[in-house]
Ligand binder design. Structure first.
Ligand code: PLP
Length: 394
């Protein structure tokens, strides 16, 4: 017998993964080259040669007891210093090792900081559409995720509704920039408005409302767009980062949290996040991957590959008559379904061997997400099918 809570969670279990499985099934039926699987944000740009070399060099060079051993739960000091130096150089911050905790990807870091900050029943606020797992991470600690309804005009956060939804039991706000699933980059003006409201509301309620910035797509930004670094705008900001996408290492589970010294109750938050990592069973981030990330700190995935995919797919879908806001980051398109029930549209897409995800999985009905982190060949071969699909609705 499994727990009542898990029964519910398993029943609601990710439609995205189910879709991915469906892709594997279809591939057996019609051949993998004829399936256009846009369902999962699994990077298709391979990890670079320097990542491979770093793995081999580190294994050959380092003392294996230290390399593969337990360590400080926060991670190797040298690695944390490298991360802090990198951030300071890029964003003019002044972080040190006491501000960095290495984590098991962004997911690990977010679960740690939620556990550190949230009491059961308290609220964490986000903006729709949003990464579907946030509600599960909140429920892991008995907290509740609330989502500000989407602003479907340009998918920038809905600021007026945001302010109205902040209540005395709102302990944290989580934002994701560049955004999954829209690909939109929240502008500096948006960030300033969010910061101003959080300052005001924190003062009004006499408690800090922490802003958690979830940034696995930070390096995936196009057309020279600026992705604001939030600690500069709001002092109670905590950043979660991951190399899953920027180094194409999602299976290796490596990322970090930034907990600036300026935040309210800094030392307690830092210690609580560290303890949370231990007692959640992460203990520490994967040791070899910490060292790999540090050696490749100035590396990035081949963002141009995604950019080219973006240009081709976005350009063609608009030409065929789809409606979609132009994405400036990440590797997703969030396309308006031509019919109200986007699940029906996803089913119709499947008849063309196109796998896409209903927007309701991201808290936004009437839209579908297309993950374009796929091969160029998949993009090009899918185009006639996308064309036929939309023509069914004309
Ligand atoms: N946050 C967002 C917005 C994501 O899209 C993802 C993964 O797709 C994650 C967090 C989790 O990333 P990680 O693989 O680093 O745990």
């Amino acid at each position: 017998m499994i727990s009542e809570k898990m029964k519910q969670l398993v029943a609601n279990s990710s439609a995205i993964r189910a879709m991915f499985e469906e892709g594997n099934r279809l591939a057996k039926e019609v051949g993998p080259e004829n399936v256009y699987n846009f369902s999962l944000g699994n990077p298709n740009v391979p990890a670079s040669e320097s990542v491979k070399k770093a793995i081999i060099d580190i294994v050959n060079e380092e003392d294996s007891n230290i390399l593969h051993g337990y360590m400080n739960n926060n991670g190797f000091e040298g690695v944390r210093q490298t991360v802090a130096d990198n951030l300071n150089r890029r964003f003019g911050t002044s972080f040190g090792i006491s501000n960095i905790i290495m984590t098991v990807g962004a997911a690990g870091g977010l679960n740690m900081i939620f556990k550190a900050l949230l009491n059961p029943g308290e609220k964490v606020l986000t903006f729709s559409p949003h990464f579907g797992e946030y509600s599960n991470y909140a429920s892991n600690v008995g907290a509740i995720l609330e989502a500000v309804p989407a602003n479907t005009i340009d998918f920038q956060p809905n600021i007026a509704e945001f302010e109205a939804m902040i209540k005395p039991d709102t302990r944290a706000v989580i934002i994701n920039n560049p955004n999954n699933p829209t690909g939109v980059v929240y502008s500096e003006a948006t960030i300033k408005s969010i910061a101003e409201i959080l300052e005001r509301k924190s003062a009004e309620y006499g408690n800090p409302i922490y802003l958690i910035s979830d940034e696995p797509y930070r390096e995936l930004a196009y057309d020279g767009v600026d992705v604001p670094y939030l600690t500069k705008y709001y002092k109670n900001t905590i950043v979660g980062y991951s190399w899953s996408k920027s180094l194409s290492l999602p299976g290796e589970r490596i990322g970090y949290l930034v907990i600036p010294s300026e935040i309210d109750d800094y030392q307690n938050v830092f210690d609580a996040a560290t303890t949370a990592g231990r007692i959640l069973g992460f203990v520490n981030a994967p040791s070899l991957m910490q060292k790999v990330a540090a050696r490749c700190i100035d590396e990035n995935a081949d963002v141009e590959y995604y950019n080219e995919n973006r240009k081709i797919l976005y350009g063609k879908l608009i030409e065929y008559g789809y409606e979609c806001v132009k994405p400036q980051g990440a590797f997703y398109l969030f396309v308006k379904s031509p019919i109200a029930d986007e699940r029906e549209f996803c089913k119709a897409a499947k008849n063309h061997n196109i796998l896409i995800v209903p927007g309701r999985n991201f808290g936004c009905e009437g839209y579908v997400r297309i993950a374009y982190c796929v091969s160029r060949d998949t993009i090009l071969k899918s185009l006639p099918e996308f064309k036929k699909l939309i023509e069914e609705y004309k």
